[in-house]
Design a protein around this ligand. Structure first.
Ligand SMILES: [Zn+2]
Length: 265
């Protein structure tokens, strides 16, 4: 094995392990932020019996499996969201390394941080219909860095993406208020579209929005048909945008190139 291969394997191992630990922290953020709690205090505890978790109850994935997904003291089931977020974050970090690290390490880091922010937006918006500005600011900063380090797009593609999709969402937002006399989407979604356009550039943002709207329509149809949701019920759009961005950031470039080749460009 060459030295380069050895370094690459080390990078994977570190990305996986740090990804799990960061995923564990994201769980704290996802739970505490909407509940108005501080990040550091109190120490992690069972939400049912208040048992304060020891360090060995807090090891990502391992503790959850060892405890059989139940609290050590009261045996109340722990939400599977905890282990899901840890594994999801580690998996998306590994994917960022696998796809980008060798050719463009800065973009791999942009991708990994973006994935963690998107996980927070996904789960908080899903439960609370709320997108916190701090995650949008993180994505916006990553978008500015991407202008310089994204090798797939030209610098102005990112500015066009932000302007075009920010404006389009703003139009939908005020259009819905004007025509329907209510919000068709939240103002958080408008800001989200702006920073996502900046991060991805307009080409990949177009692909991200295609995924977001198609998946949202399918899920909405299923919820109404199967679960019998009423017509006027409010749904978050942020989780769908998050999924769209993640998919497009990873595979948007080759798919768009393939498609343009197909239609003769
Ligand atoms: Zn408990």
């Amino acid at each position: 094995m060459g030295l380069e291969q050895f370094y690459l394997i080390c990078t994977y191992v570190i990305a996986g392990l740090v990804g799990l630990c960061v995923g564990s922290f994201l769980n704290v953020v996802i739970y505490r932020l909407p509940n108005g709690m501080k990040m550091s205090k109190p120490a992690s505890h069972c939400t049912t019996c208040d048992y304060t978790l020891k360090w060995y109850d807090n090891i990502p994935v391992v503790s959850y499996i060892m405890l059989g997904g139940k609290c050590r003291k009261c045996k109340e089931p722990i939400s599977p969201r905890y282990i899901s977020v840890e594994i999801l974050n580690a998996a998306l970090w590994l994917l960022s390394v696998a796809l980008f690290w060798e050719k463009n390490p800065v973009y791999a880091v942009i991708s990994a941080i973006a994935m963690s922010a998107l996980i927070c937006i996904f789960f908080i918006d899903l439960e609370h219909l709320l997108i916190y500005n701090r995650f949008l600011i993180i994505l916006g900063v990553l978008g500015v860095v991407a202008i310089f380090f994204d090798k797939y797009t030209r610098w102005y593609d990112h500015l066009i993406g932000a302007a075009a999709f920010g404006a389009a969402f703003l139009l939908i937002y005020y259009g819905a208020i004007w025509v329907l006399k209510r919000e068709g989407l939240g103002f958080g979604d408008v800001k989200f579209a702006f920073v996502a356009g900046l991060l991805l550039g307009w080409q990949r943002m177009l692909f991200a929005m295609l995924i977001a709207s198609v998946s949202a329509s399918i899920v909405l149809l299923i919820l109404r048909r199967v679960r019998g949701d009423e017509q006027g019920k409010e749904y978050p759009f942020g989780p769908f945008i998050s999924v769209g961005i993640a998919v497009s950031l990873f595979v948007g470039a080759p798919i768009i190139t393939w498609y343009l080749g197909l239609i003769g460009f």
